[in-house]
Design a binder for this molecule. Sequence first.
Ligand code: ASC
Length: 152
Amino acid sequence: MKPRHFAVLLLGSLCLPALAQFQTAESAIKYRQGAFSVMAAHYSRLAMMAQGIQPYDTKTAVENAELVTSLSRLPFQAFLPGSEKGAPNRAKDEIWKESAKFKAAADKMMGDASKLEAAARSGDFEVMRSAVGIVGRSCKSCHDDFRGSKRE
Ligand code: ASC
């Protein structure tokens, strides 16, 4: 590599905005929406078991809980400044205006979700049901504060 090219690369990397973890705002939005929607699919299987709509079995509960626990760690890294708009989404401006409050809500959800896997593994329906309820409440409380109506 020529020194001139190296200098351009170095300068470019120093100027990278936070958004550079994703190439565009649209890709950050699509990423977090994708992570949330796969997480919701697996969470809802647990919720249906917890509510007795689907039969309970430990193996299925563990499989879905593992996914919810892992997936919960993905979406929040994609709420980068600059990704408020770029694709239709429901993220409220409060996510960026009250970022400490949003981070606390995200940490709470991830903390609650991290307990789901162990709860499912216990093989105890009541333990699983209670952990599913706790995660559902932290999803909802974040939606109440930070998810609005659709915007372009
Ligand atoms: C779901 C889902 C959510 C949560 C939430 C729980 O199945 O898609 O976002 O449960 O509604 O309160």
